[in-house]
Design a binder for this molecule. Structure first.
Ligand code: GDP
Ligand code: GDP
Length: 455
């Protein structure tokens, strides 16, 4: 009657069964107006980047699935920045830096019509430091009669400059051959798009709880980045969003904004999409509408994330509309429907006004810290010794099951394996879990406990 223990530490390196097959990531960088967006659109073979023209606002980095000559890769696009804004140079540089840190190889685009500029030279310095392979594309070489303009760019010291015309497609195929070659050779630093330094967040909840509103509030601007390729999965878009100085990767923001659910019969599709986002995430932000009763669908979405073993932050949104009646109803709910997740942090906020969104960051950090936490075996066993002495397992059939030894088999989420002389009853497991949480925290993460019976 013992549980199957999971002793293999398969996710110690951060990968897990849900991780997608690693593909190469190509960052497209360059100063404004050199033609990065034009090039990205050409590579993707469709118009994707529809960006609001708000002067002085920098667009967040966006990644796209791409394919060339049978090889899948991802493009991180940094195009679309406004020119002529004060301090834009440093803004470009730092945005590009993040894009480069996400990438396995870099496509550095310059403008053949303009020639080498001081900004190009500054970017070269940054790229050198980053140490990623760089392919230099000299754009706007629209015909062979302007080919000679390419030669000037040798002096950047970034190797061979490749002449292209993003607008007409000239030279783009050859450029991609070189880029794919570099990606194939590159050490895959990025795994499934994100490097170790960006945490992956799924923003989930039933329709109309305020997911898009919160996303926009966090990104502090309205953005539309994807065209409508309904029903395809290749249009999954992740976005890097800065929350109080820390970058987070929000999974499938296209799915959040798309409003699939507003189409008929799309519920199944939208729940598949939620599941996929959870699987790729480390942390789930689960949204509820505080002005409405909690529905089965609300609870189902939450369980999906808990069952998948993700770190969790619960968000009660639309707090700007909450009155005393709602407040009491929610406190009652919290004590009943949510009693399985009392370990999760709850943030009441308003996506609309931004009220208390500044509380998210700490809750997200805390949940992921718990999710990552490892308790050394010695410490764990002395702790279990203590709580067992304080409250031994009840006698069963004249015998008393004893804990012999325990170890934390893995983290993300924390999984404990306990070896005992007999089956531990559910109440006693809860006692152990409660004490584990009291002693070591684990706020915001599910924990799993398996028991192995040793006679
Ligand atoms: P980004 O700011 O680097 O993303 O640049 P865009 O892609 O927005 O392009 C800036 C301008 O250069 C636009 O007016 C494009 O039409 C133009 N452009 C882009 N690629 C080419 C090209 O290959 N040839 C020419 N002649 N113009 C181009
Ligand atoms: P989604 O379907 O989960 O992405 O939800 P939306 O972000 O589209 O929001 C659904 C509706 O709720 C929209 O009419 C929003 O304007 C509204 N809404 C979202 N957040 C809030 C909030 O914090 N306060 C108020 N009053 N309305 C909100």
């Amino acid at each position: 009657e013992a549980d199957e223990a999971l002793l293999d530490d398969d996710d110690a390196d951060g990968s897990d069964a849900f991780a997608a097959k690693p593909v190469g990531v190509l960052a497209v960088v360059g100063r404004p107006n050199v033609g990065k967006s034009t090039l990205v659109n050409r590579i993707l073979g469709r118009r994707v980047a529809v960006v609001e023209d708000t002067p002085g606002v920098t667009r967040d980095r966006v990644s796209y699935d791409a394919e060339w000559a049978g090889t899948d890769f991802k493009i991180v696009d940094t195009g679309g920045w406004e020119t002529g804004v004060e301090g834009i140079d440093s803004a470009i540089a730092s945005q590009a830096q993040v894009a480069v840190s996400l990438a396995d190889a870099v496509l550095f685009v310059v403008d053949g019509q303009v020639g080498v500029t001081a900004t190009d030279e500054r970017m070269v310095k940054m790229l050198r430091k980053a140490g990623k392979p760089v392919i230099l594309a000299v754009n706007k070489i629209d015909g062979s009669n302007s080919e000679y303009l390419t030669a000037d760019f040798w002096k950047l010291g970034m190797g061979e400059p490749y002449a292209i015309s993003a607008m007409h497609g000239r030279g783009v195929g050859d450029l991609l051959d070189v880029a794919i070659d570099q990606l194939a050779k590159a050490e895959k630093t990025s795994g499934f798009l994100t490097p170790g330094d960006l945490r992956r967040v799924a923003l989930i909840g039933r329709p109309n709880v305020g997911k898009s509103s919160l996303l926009n509030q966090l990104a502090r601007e309205e953005r539309t980045v994807v065209n409508d390729l309904a029903g395809t999965t290749r249009d999954s878009v992740d976005e890097v969003i800065d929350i109080d100085g820390e970058d987070w990767l929000f999974i499938d923001t296209a799915g959040i904004k798309r409003r699939q659910h507003k189409l008929s019969g799309a519920e199944y599709y939208s729940s598949l999409r939620t599941q996929a986002a959870i699987e790729r995430s480390e942390l789930a932000l689960v949204l509820f509408d505080a002005t409405e009763p909690i529905s089965d669908q609300d609870l189902k979405v939450m369980s999906q994330a808990v069952d998948a073993g993700r770190a969790i932050v619960l968000i009660f949104n639309k707090w700007d509309l909450v009155d005393e009646f709602d407040r009491q109803r929610i406190e009652r709910l919290w004590a009943t429907e949510f009693d399985q997740v009392t370990w999760a942090r709850r943030v009441n906020l308003s996506a609309k006004t931004g009220w208390h969104t500044n509380r998210l960051h700490a809750a997200m950090d805390e949940a992921l810290e718990s999710w990552d936490q490892r308790i050394p075996t010695g410490k764990l066993n002395s702790f279990l010794g203590r709580i067992q002495a304080a409250h031994p397992h009840p006698l069963r059939g004249g015998k008393q099951p004893r804990i012999l030894f325990a170890t934390q088999a893995s983290s993300r989420p924390p999984r404990f394996v306990i070896f005992a002389t007999g089956f531990l009853e559910p109440g006693y497991r809860r006692y152990i879990e409660r004490n584990l949480r009291e002693e070591f925290g684990f706020e915001g993460t599910p924990i799993q406990i398996s028991v192995h019976v040793r006679e």
